[in-house]
Design a protein around this ligand. Structure first.
Ligand code: RB5
Length: 149
């Protein structure tokens, strides 16, 4: 499985930590789209890169990080086919996969610490979409909203 990861300047340290968590797994290929270093960049540019990787199918999942996680999640959700969930707790990360089939996880580097971020990423990876019945119907409705707008 391939995962794309990206952050703005506020998220580079957490991005490196999250990459270590991803490296715990042998079946993962990680594509880091940047940014690297502390030079300020605009979060929509990074979010668009990761979202395009996922929407095109080149990566199955994405992880986006900015200061709050809000900017990157708003930007990623502008791309058709993206369901980006901003999570600051383990329960939400689990439900974002099980009920919402979130294909991008957003994290706020100025909101949560490294330890919690790692647990959130593990919970998100370890859970699968319960893709039958009401949950699938609701995802289909999200796709319908995209096609109408
Ligand atoms: C950058 O200072 C900050 O605004 C950005 O990382 C993010 O929090 C935006 O939502």
């Amino acid at each position: 499985m391939r995962i794309s990861i990206g952050s703005d300047h506020a998220g580079t340290a957490l991005k490196d930590e999250v990459k270590m968590v991803l490296m715990e797994r042998d079946n993962l290929e990680v594509k880091d789209v940047g940014t690297f270093g502390n030079e300020p960049v605009d979060y929509p540019d990074i979010a668009e890169k990761v979202a395009n990787e996922v929407a095109s199918g080149r990566s199955q999942f994405g992880i986006l990080i900015c200061g709050t996680g809000i900017g990157v999640s708003i930007a990623a959700n502008k791309i058709h086919g993206i369901r980006c969930a901003l999570c600051s707790d383990v329960f939400s990360a689990k439900m974002a996969r099980k009920h919402n089939d979130a294909n991008i996880l957003a994290l706020g580097a100025r909101v949560i610490g490294f330890g919690l971020a790692g647990e959130i990423v593990r919970a998100w990876l370890d859970n699968e979409f319960e893709g039958v019945g009401r949950h699938q119907r609701r995802i289909d409705k999200l796709t319908e909203i995209e096609s109408k707008n």
